[in-house]
Design a protein around this ligand. Structure first.
Ligand code: FE2
Length: 189
């Protein structure tokens, strides 16, 4: 099938009603798109995997992502696409591809970066510095639901320096928030 963000967005909206989760999916979509371009991969494909990675989370929070396969199959996504989505299960038993490693590495980090921006006086991603995100990583009371180990280990697994990774994802999110297509559900809201 032809992968398109527009179609994926329609599918996602059939299974996710929470703005918080939609915002998270969009943030992961943005980061995946940016990394695909950096790695000379297909941005449309990578970003669509990102957009749909939590498609079953709202309906099946306990079993997620075990229900992604049947949902995505019903909408015509192929085995490879669905496997990419499933691969962000924290206990995924196989070696991840670069797309899959990137998905895991941006999943927790995007939310953490947005949380860091939200506590700034200007609530802006634009002036958010890597060192301030690194400092917040060490502050266990801050955004405590975000697993720091996953952020650190997944960046290691990608073979990217953590600071570089944080800077890259912050910049990708910061550029995207200005685009008209991300105004419907603002990332910083
Ligand atoms: Fe996620």
């Amino acid at each position: 099938m032809q992968i398109s963000k527009q179609q994926a967005w329609q599918v996602l909206n059939q299974y996710v009603t929470s703005d918080v989760l939609l915002r998270h999916c969009l943030a992961v979509e943005i980061a995946m798109r940016a990394y695909a371009a950096k790695f000379n991969q297909d941005p449309e494909y990578w970003s669509t995997v990102g957009l749909l990675h939590d498609v079953d989370f709202e309906k099946y929070p306990e079993e997620h992502p075990a229900h992604a396969r049947k949902i995505l199959m019903a909408h015509g996504y192929d085995d490879e696409f669905i496997t990419n989505v499933e691969s962000h299960a924290r206990d995924w038993p196989k070696e991840r591809t670069i797309l899959q490693k990137t998905l895991l590495a941006v999943d927790e980090l995007t939310g953490f970066i947005i949380a860091c921006a939200l506590v700034r006086p200007d609530k802006s991603l634009e002036n958010l510095e890597v060192k301030s995100v690194m400092k917040k990583m060490k502050d266990k009371a801050f955004a405590r639901a975000v697993n720091r180990e996953t952020i650190i280990n997944s960046a290691l697994d990608m073979g990217i320096d953590l600071k570089e990774h944080i800077g890259f994802v912050t910049q990708a999110l910061s550029l995207a928030v200005k685009q008209p297509e991300y105004q419907e559900i603002p990332l910083i809201g």
